[in-house]
Write a protein that binds this ligand. Structure first.
Ligand code: SAH
Length: 375
């Protein structure tokens, strides 16, 4: 059983505390934090031995107390369109996916915030998997490190880097795991760490309204809303969290989102479901609904999964829908489905993890298996 703790995912304060605890003298702790921060997040160091500018005895001390372990890679797949998907694992039943989407002008990493999801959106595959648990900051950041290792995308500050954007659009609802997502994104957006600007980091929510102002104030990333319907009766069915926080309240939270402006628009995601939400009247209502909000509208062709209860709208219908939105002055790119052949497209992510029965969890806890994974 590994006794050393991983430094991945600790913020600067926690990193300093860990160093002091391991016997690093107080007077050098701040400098040591900066050096390690740079090695881990700018250079992607995977072991202490490679930190060649640090004294050998300090490296040995680190080696005895800590690791830089990443999640374990269960599978790594590459789609015919170049999209990549990794299935990762950090403990018994703790499996989650991350997806890299290369485009001509950017490379976007789609990151998971939970194993499974509680939201049960009717069209989403992840929603058919029960929540196993929230991911910790090291597990969220670990997804970036794995992708950057595989893409040989170090140092983080290099021009022409491959991971240029992060979207919290993988498995789970990030605003139901606020503290861990905030901690991880803090390191992502730290100019001395992964160094992605807040414009390049997007948090997507199905509409946890009370947390939206906090996301704006405390995280400060860009915001995307999984809207998908313009009427409460339809949204109640396809995005059930709407019964708790209906459309009007959601729109009000967007109207007052800190930091939204014409230069930093809120993205509204709208999955095109044949005969459900894709009428031209819906398109006109959508334009009215977002009036007054600096908005982009992202139309997402529905991606099928085994047993899905919906079909994708016809292409001609999507075009007519997009035309109305465009004419109202909103950019409305239709999101090209990526990685469908490896089940990596929007809404297709799902791991085989199943929620452990309480009895199994108790037994595991007693045998110490569920202590915070020191990988
Ligand atoms: N829970 C957050 C983060 C997940 S983002 C949220 O809902 O925003 C994943 C995005 O893919 C969401 O916009 C979701 O609604 C969309 N999606 C889910 N299933 C889909 C499917 N089968 N086809 C296309 N998009 C889907």
């Amino acid at each position: 059983m590994e006794q050393r703790i991983s430094l991945i995912g600790l913020d600067r304060g926690a990193l300093k505390a860990a160093l002091l605890n391991a016997g690093v003298p107080d007077k050098s702790a701040a400098m040591r934090v900066s050096q390690l921060w740079n090695w881990i997040y700018v250079h992607g160091a995977r072991d202490f031995a490679s930190m060649t500018n640090l004294a050998r005895d300090f490296r040995e001390l680190l080696e005895q107390s800590f690791t830089l372990a990443r999640p374990e890679i269960i599978t790594a797949q590459v789609s015919e369109d170049g999209t990549r998907k990794w299935l990762l694992r950090t403990g018994p039943g703790i499996e989650f996916e991350t997806v890299y989407i290369p485009e001509s002008d950017r490379g976007t990493l789609c990151v998971s915030s939970q194993v499974g999801c509680t939201l049960t959106c009717r069209f989403c595959h992840t929603g058919t998997q029960k929540l196993v648990r929230n991911l910790n900051p090291d597990e969220i950041l670990g997804q970036l490190l794995i992708a950057k290792d595989a893409l040989e995308d170090w140092p983080s500050t290099a021009p022409g880097r491959k991971v240029t954007n992060i979207v919290m659009m993988g498995m789970g609802e990030p605003l139901y795991n606020f503290d861990n997502v905030k901690a991880a994104l803090g390191t992502v957006m730290d100019g001395d760490a992964l160094a992605l600007s807040k414009r390049r980091v997007t948090l997507s929510t199905a509409g946890v309204v009370p947390m939206i102002p906090r996301a704006g104030g405390e995280i400060g990333s860009s915001l995307a809303i999984s809207l998908h319907a313009v009427r409460d009766d339809i949204r109640d069915v396809i995005v059930p969290i709407n019964k708790k926080y209906p459309i009007a309240e959601l729109m009000e939270a967007c109207r007052t989102y800190p930091g939204a402006s014409n230069a930093r628009r809120i993205t509204f995601e709208y999955v095109m479901l044949k005969g459900v939400n894709d009428s031209l009247a819906d398109a006109r209502a959508l334009v009215k609904l977002v009036a007054g909000i600096p908005a982009k509208i992202n139309l997402i062709p529905f991606n099928a999964w085994p047993g899905a209860p919906y079909e994708c709208s016809d292409w001609s219908q999507i075009e007519k829908f997009a035309e109305i939105v465009n004419r109202a002055g909103y950019a409305s790119p239709v999101r090209t489905p990526r990685g469908r052949d490896i089940m990596a497209a929007c809404g297709q992510l799902k791991s085989e993890s199943v929620k452990e029965r309480a009895s199994a969890r108790m037994a595991a806890a007693q045998s110490g298996q569920l202590a915070r994974m020191p990988h």
